[in-house]
Design a protein around this ligand. Structure first.
Ligand code: SF4
Length: 213
């Protein structure tokens, strides 16, 4: 990273923050993932039920372990050893948790949040249910508009997620989305928040580092 990158990241991040705020979100820019983790943990107290949206960004920030240290109850549907029914119960419990923490596939400079899900648990929670939603997105997720958000998904986020999940979909060989029709397709629900959902308490943190994909 050059000496000029922090300037670019902040200028771009602040532009996204201003647009998000205009659209009703509580939004802020923080230069580092460590500062973002500290901010997220301000919303997590002892006994709080905390759900997660399956995010490499949040995983890389170690937020689940830090929240647990503060006495939070972690609702982790990816905990090793869970049976199918237990996993489903945790996914349902996340929809009414105190704090739901996730990232986004893209944040546009118009202040829109763009996500694509397979199961829909993340986008359901982002729409309604948890008392508090927190989205943390690295500067690599900030795009100009929804066209660029779709392109980012097809060229980058979805192939990498397919690879991470070892899915036998064409994007894992071509490195680009083929809009497949396979039963293993993970891109099923395309979700855009153009404004903060009316009944949600919602914070978006843009971080001046590249996080997740
Ligand atoms: S639609 Fe299919 S090919 Fe395209 S990214 Fe999703 S899983 Fe891969």
């Amino acid at each position: 990273m050059s000496e000029f990158h922090p300037w670019l990241y902040e200028a771009r991040g602040q532009k996204a923050v201003a647009a998000l705020a205009k659209n009703g979100f509580d939004a802020l820019y923080l230069p580092s993932a460590a500062q973002a983790a500290e901010k997220v943990l301000e919303y997590v107290g002892p006994g709080a039920k905390v759900g997660f949206g399956g995010s490499m960004t949040i995983k890389s920030m170690n937020i689940a372990a830090l929240a647990e240290q503060k006495g939070a109850i972690i609702l982790d549907h990816n905990r090793p050893g869970l049976g199918a029914e237990e996993k489903m119960e945790i996914l349902r419990a996340q929809l009414t948790c105190d704090v739901f923490i996730s990232s986004a596939n893209a944040v546009t400079l118009e202040g829109f949040l763009f996500n694509v899900d397979g199961n829909g648990n993340r986008v359901a929670a982002l729409s309604f249910g948890p008392r508090k939603n927190i989205v943390v997105a690295g500067i690599n997720k900030v795009v100009k508009d929804l066209d660029e958000a779709y392109e980012r998904l097809k060229a980058y986020a979805a192939p990498l997620n397919n690879k991470r999940l070892s899915k036998p979909n064409p994007c894992t060989t071509a490195g680009y989305c083929a809009d497949c029709a396979l039963p293993t397709r993970i891109c099923r629900i395309y979700h855009i928040l153009k404004r903060k959902p009316s009944l949600s308490d919602f914070t978006v943190i843009i971080v001046g580092e590249e996080l997740g994909f």
